[in-house]
Write a protein that binds this ligand. Structure first.
Ligand code: ADP
Ligand code: MG
Length: 707
């Protein structure tokens, strides 16, 4: 790409600059600043040009001081007259006072408790001030601003920072928004011509997109006629183009992966009921009809000689593990290996213990593989002795070799994206893949982010589940909590107490499981209390859990290890300490441990103020609903889509401006265009530039695109 770029070069800058030039060599950057920029993920000139402002400020209408309107937010450019720190006589508060003039009047600005500001201002220095106009509206010299935004400007760059709509960039330590603006002004003016529009013409036309070069320029330094509100709401034509492109590159990659999967050969499993029947007979319960239906859907996929790609979702406690086991057993019956991948080491261990117990009688070889348990397991996996493998991300590491992986199951998939799935798939001969999640995802979003999964829903809980009363209680009302616990214990029920930490830490002033364990032993001396946490060896942990299940322990003090694999129907109360610290999905998952025995059950969320508005919303959501679907929607709303779906970790291109919820219409258009294009031309042969860009955006994750 860089070759044809140099041909069209028209500037007199050093000829070797390309989009991939490290940002350090761009005028005004240098080695020191490039380090700071790197923190903003800006490494190359291209990164810089695509580092867009997060908001805009209208400094078109700079006001003279005699035009300022009392009560309005106004922006003005003035010269410093005086700058001094004064100390209030009574409260001894330090106030930095700045007086400026533009020859039409004077304006005083005050900043409280920021005396260090003094050193930025010299007499005669030009400064842009932006803030609410206060002071006495009737006094000629009484205009004031409190804590206005300010920027120092030199004569030479006054045009960049004022008299226009200016971009405001997210900055970081070592580099200010204003410095970034200056760098950007230079970069956009001198190098934006390097940007080549990779988008096929007909898509541009059909979607009414503006050219990419113009869009980039406009994103940074909008035209005089632009409207700052439209810009700040991401609704300008430039925004639309950039958002479309972000989605398009995402969808094009997904379309590409999907195409490859459709063309791929998979395994056609036979259903010969060697283990599955025995396993189902050994269960102390009948499957729910939802479980049966989903198993039938999975069997249908597995029998076909195509790779299965299915997402199973169902609320906490609906019984996904059994479904996973049936799936794995079918593979094992056919002489293949099956693996289950969990998002954390702890969850993997719990699944391992749990699965071990459930299929003990079948005499199968189950192994655990996490980053701390390699060695022997890895050999067993490579040689094929291991039939069922439970593990973490460690499973997809390069060194791990399977003898013949037939099925891979991913638990709690929102932390595993399409890229991890592709990695897993390469571990075998296109194994079937099943993804299980308790987080229901709106269908369009699932399709968008996970390519083209088939979706099954377990929309029924096993019989005997009871609604749980959930209550937020503040730490000041401990006694109420203790008496509730006492009541439940005296009815013969058992209790969970969950803490965010194992041990106390000096940095965080939080209650911990170990401290709590000691405290509860004193408060309930006549009761048997157990402790489990993630630093215990899993065998010891299991002993305690077994005792709890058997009723030999009344109260189990725990960390989030109890999220999976523990089922004690007699437990009717869960106290979650520092509930404000837990994520919503996790709270819901934890709560799913109770209410399983047909008793009225209580989840007490003990909260330690002060806490954020987000924490408040999480707690409120827990109090108001027990429905996993509603919880997931609320969670999505609180966290925002990027965080919720973990796009960062999942290896798909970052969405910087685009937002899957807000911009859903653009997303759907981009998806349609991308899939149609790949359908028409799977290898993008006539679009070399697009193909190049696609590879870059996916950072080598589409390595199977042959060049
Ligand atoms: P999740 O869907 O949250 O992963 P699990 O698979 O852990 O749920 O199942 C929760 C509990 O319900 C487990 O103890 C499991 O043995 C039990 N269970 C699963 N299916 C049924 C069923 N059909 N009837 C009764 N209990 C069931
Ligand atoms: Mg589960």
């Amino acid at each position: 790409m860089s070759n044809n770029l140099t041909n069209i070069k028209k500037s007199n800058n050093s000829p070797q600059i390309t989009e991939d030039t490290p940002v350090q060599y761009i005028k005004g950057v240098g080695p020191a600043r490039s380090k700071f920029l790197e923190r903003l993920s800006v490494k190359t000139l291209e990164d810089l040009l695509f580092y867009f402002p997060w908001r805009y400020e209208d400094r078109k209408n700079l006001k003279k001081l005699n035009e300022l309107i009392y009560g309005n937010v106004e922006t003005t450019v003035c010269e410093v007259v005086s700058a001094e720190v004064v100390t209030t006589p009574r409260k001894r508060m330090k106030i930095f006072e700045l007086t400026v003039t533009d020859k039409t009047g004077f304006l005083k600005s005050k900043w409280f408790n920021q005396p260090y500001l003094e050193r930025y201002f010299k007499k005669g220095q030009k400064v842009v001030l932006s803030g609410v106009v206060k002071g006495n509206p009737y006094a000629r010299f009484g205009l004031e601003m409190e804590n206005p935004d300010f920027e120092l400007v030199g004569e030479e760059d006054i045009f960049i920072h004022t008299s226009r709509i200016v971009p405001v960039y997210k900055a970081t330590e070592g580099i200010s928004p204003k410095q970034i603006r200056t760098l950007m002004f230079n970069a956009v003016n001198n190098y934006s011509f390097l940007i080549n529009d990779y988008m096929p013409e007909d898509i541009i036309r059909r979607q009414g997109l503006i050219p990419l070069l113009g869009a980039v320029k406009e994103m940074h330094f909008p035209e005089g006629s632009s409207d700052v509100h439209i810009l700040n709401n991401n609704l300008s034509p430039a925004h639309r183009r950039i958002i479309f492109d972000e989605f398009f590159m995402l969808e094009l990659g997904l379309a590409f992966l999907k195409k490859r999967e459709v063309l791929a050969q998979g395994i056609g499993f036979k259903i010969n009921n060697l283990y599955v029947d025995n396993f189902l007979k050994s269960l102390p319960f009948e499957l729910t009809s939802a479980q049966n239906r989903v198993i039938a859907e999975i069997i249908f996929d597995m029998q076909r000689p195509l790779p299965m790609n299915r997402l199973v979702h169902g609320d906490v406690g609906c019984g996904k593990t059994v479904v996973a086991l049936v799936t794995m057993l079918i593979a094992v019956e056919n002489g293949y290996q099956a693996c289950l991948m969990a998002p954390t080491e702890l969850l993997a261990e719990q699944h391992f213990i749990n699965i071990h117990k459930m299929i003990e009688t079948l005499g199968l070889h189950v192994v655990l593989l996490t980053s701390s348990s390699k060695g022997k397991s890895a050999d067993d996996i490579a040689q094929g002795n291991a039939q069922i493998i439970v593990g973490t991300h460690a499973l997809i590491q390069e060194q791990v070799k399977f003898k013949n992986l037939g099925v891979a199951i991913i638990d709690e998939q929102h932390r595993f994206g399409v890229v991890q799935r592709a990695d897993l798939r390469r571990k075998g001969f296109n194994p079937d893949i099943l993804i299980m999640t308790a987080t229901p995802i709106p269908r369009t979003l699932a399709m968008t982010l996970y390519g083209d999964l088939d979706i099954s829903t377990i929309d029924e809980l096993p019989a005997g589940r009871r609604p749980i009363t959930t209550k937020v209680i503040f730490s000041s009302q401990k006694d109420r909590v203790f008496s509730l616990i006492k009541d439940e214990l005296s009815k013969g029920r058992q209790v969970y107490i969950v803490y965010p930490l194992i041990e106390g830490s000096e940095k965080l002033d939080l209650k911990s499981a170990i401290d709590g364990f000691e405290a509860f032993k004193k408060i309930f001396p006549e009761r048997k209390i157990g402790l489990v946490h993630g630093k215990m060896h899993h065998a010891d942990r299991e002993t305690v859990m077994t005792e709890f299940k058997a009723g030999a322990i009344d109260m189990l003090v725990a960390t989030t290890v109890i999220e999976v694999g523990i089922d004690v129907p007699n437990a009717s109360l869960m106290l979650i300490v520092h509930a404000e610290r837990f994520g919503l999905a996790q709270l819901h998952q934890l709560r799913g441990r109770i209410g399983r025995g047909g008793y009225d059950s209580y989840c007490i969320l003990m909260a330690y103020p002060p806490f954020s508005d987000e924490a408040k919303r999480r707690l409120k959501a827990m109090e108001t609903t027990g429905d996993g679907f509603k919880i997931a929607e609320e969670d999505l709303d609180i966290r925002g889509p990027g965080d919720f779906f973990g796009t960062r970790q999942s290896g798909i291109p970052d969405l910087k401006i685009a937002n899957i919820i807000r911009d859903i219409n653009i997303l759907e258009n981009a998806r349609k265009e991308a899939f149609a294009l790949i359908d028409a031309e799977p290898d993008l042969k006539s679009y070399p530039l697009l193909k190049e860009t696609l590879k870059k955006k996916w950072m080598g994750r589409l390595e199977l695109i042959k060049s």
